[in-house]
Design a protein around this ligand. Structure first.
Ligand SMILES: [Zn+2]
Length: 397
C-alpha cells in the first residue's frame, strides 16, 4: 500500500521575481496603446475586416479552397498520462490544435491552451466543428498544476474547458497575458496571474498538510519510502505577433503572448498563435519564401532566443496560413515555423495549431507536408528535430 506522489496535494504560490535581462525595447512598452495592445513591428499588417471580406469574396467567386475533411485525417489515440509525478524527462502530449500537456522532471504538470470542446466559438454553438475527436476530456487528466493561455481566441481559450479544470483541480493556477484576468474572474476562477511581455514569475508548489496526513495514514512502511520535495519553476511571458478578440467590440483590448517555462532542468517554449512576416498578394503559384521576396520578419523571436533560450522543446504553430496574403501577419506557415524554431533557439519542436478545426483554406494534411519541405530547405532532418505527432501521442525530451 504505497503512497504515490499523485495523491499528494500541493499548494502553488507565485512570487514576483526580479526579471532577468530583456531587450531594450521591452521597457518602452511600445505594444501598449491607450485602449489595448498592438504589434509594434514592421512585420505586422492589420488582419481586420478587410481579411474577412477577402475570404468571403474568394468563397463566392470560387477561388478559395474548401478543405475536405471527409476521409481519414490525423489519427487520434487515447493519451497515456503518467500515473505519478515521476519522470526523468520532459514529456509532452498533444491534445489537438494548440493544446499541449507537459510533464516536467520536477513533477510540475502544465496544460497549454486547452480547448477540448466540439466547436471553437461562442457557447459551443457557433464556430467550426472538430474534424478530429478530442483525445480526452478535462476530467481524464490526473494532475494539472497550472494552465497557461496564449490569448483569448476561441480556439485557445474555452469557457467549458477551463471551468471544468478549475472545478476538478481547485489548486490549479492560471497564467494569462495582460487584460485576461477579468474574464477568468467572471468565470469564477480566482487563481490567475496576468503578465506583460518579458514579465517573469517564480512558481513554488509546496506539499500541503493533507499530504502529510495521507502519508501517515498509509503507514510506516510507505512514509519512509516517500521523498517529497517542493516543486519550483520559472515562467516568462514573451511576445508574439497576433491579435485578440472574443466578441465584436473587444478587438486587441487584451494581450496575446508566447511563453517560456523552465522546471526540473528542462526548458519549454510555447509559441501560442503567431505570424512571422507579412506576405503581399503574389501571382498564383508564386512561393513567398523565394529569395527575391524580402518581407520584414518579426524581431521578437530572435530576442526570445537570445534572452531566454535555448529551449529543449518548442511548441510552434504550423497551420491556418492560407491564403498567405490574408493570414501571414497573424499565422505563420511551416516555413515561418522553422524560422521561429531557429530564432528562438529550440533544440526540438512539435507542430501545433493544425489537424483539429478548419480555420483557413489549406488542405488539412498540408501543414506536415510543407513542414517536411521547409526542414529540407533549412538543411534539417525531416524527422527527429521538428516533428508532428498523432493527437494524443506523447514525446520525451
Ligand atoms: Zn488566435
Amino acid at each position: 500500500m504505497g503512497v504515490t506522489t499523485t495523491e499528494i496535494l500541493y499548494a502553488l504560490s507565485v512570487a514576483t521575481t526580479s526579471n532577468r535581462p530583456a531587450p531594450e525595447d521591452a521597457t518602452q512598452k511600445s505594444h501598449h496603446t491607450t485602449s489595448g495592445f498592438r504589434n509594434p513591428w514592421d512585420s505586422w499588417r492589420d488582419v481586420g475586416l478587410s481579411s474577412v471580406f477577402e475570404v468571403m469574396k474568394r468563397r463566392l467567386n470560387g477561388t478559395g479552397n474548401i478543405p475536405n475533411t471527409s476521409g481519414p485525417t490525423v489519427p487520434v489515440r487515447k493519451p497515456e498520462f503518467l500515473p505519478t509525478r515521476e519522470t526523468a524527462k520532459l514529456r509532452a502530449t498533444w491534445l489537438g490544435h494548440a493544446a499541449y500537456y507537459a510533464e516536467f522532471p520536477s513533477g510540475l504538470r502544465v496544460l497549454f491552451d486547452p480547448v477540448l470542446e466540439e466547436r471553437c466559438g461562442p457557447y459551443n454553438l457557433l464556430g467550426p466543428k472538430r474534424f478530429t475527436d478530442a483525445p480526452c476530456q478535462p476530467n481524464d487528466i490526473p494532475l494539472i498544476d497550472a494552465v497557461v493561455i496564449s490569448h483569448n481566441h476561441y480556439d485557445h481559450l474555452s469557457y467549458h474547458t477551463v471551468t471544468a479544470i478549475a472545478k476538478k483541480h481547485p489548486n490549479c493556477h492560471f497564467f494569462v497575458p495582460l487584460g485576461n484576468k477579468a474574464w477568468f474572474k467572471s468565470c469564477g476562477i480566482e487563481k490567475v496571474t496576468e503578465l506583460d511581455w518579458w514579465d517573469e514569475r517564480d512558481i513554488t508548489l509546496v506539499p500541503t498538510t493533507e499530504k502529510e496526513m495521507s502519508v501517515e495514514a498509509a503507514g510506516e512502511e510507505s512514509s519512509k519510502s516517500v521523498d517529497i520535495k517542493d516543486i519550483t519553476a520559472r515562467i516568462s511571458c514573451l511576445p508574439c505577433q497576433h491579435v485578440s478578440a472574443r466578441g465584436p467590440f473587444d478587438r486587441n483590448k487584451t494581450l496575446w503572448c508566447s511563453w517560456a517555462l523552465e522546471s526540473g532542468g528542462k526548458k519549454l517554449y510555447f509559441a501560442g498563435d503567431t505570424g512571422y512576416r507579412p506576405v503581399s498578394k503574389l501571382p498564383e503559384g508564386e512561393d513567398d519564401h523565394d529569395a527575391k521576396h524580402d518581407f520584414p520578419v518579426c524581431p521578437a523571436f530572435k530576442q526570445v532566443g537570445e534572452f531566454r533560450g535555448p529551449f529543449d522543446l518548442g511548441l510552434i504553430p504550423i497551420g491556418a496560413y492560407a491564403p498567405r496574403h490574408v493570414w501571414s501577419p497573424a499565422h505563420g506557415d511551416p516555413h515561418d515555423a522553422v524560422s521561429i524554431f531557429q530564432d528562438t533557439k529550440c533544440k526540438n519542436a512539435l507542430g501545433i495549431h493544425w489537424g483539429t478545426w478548419v480555420l483557413t483554406e489549406e488542405d488539412v494534411l498540408e501543414p506536415p507536408e510543407k513542414l517536411k519541405v521547409a526542414l529540407k530547405k533549412f538543411g534539417l532532418p525531416e524527422k527527429g528535430v521538428f516533428d508532428v505527432v498523432d493527437i494524443g501521442e506523447s514525446r520525451e525530451y
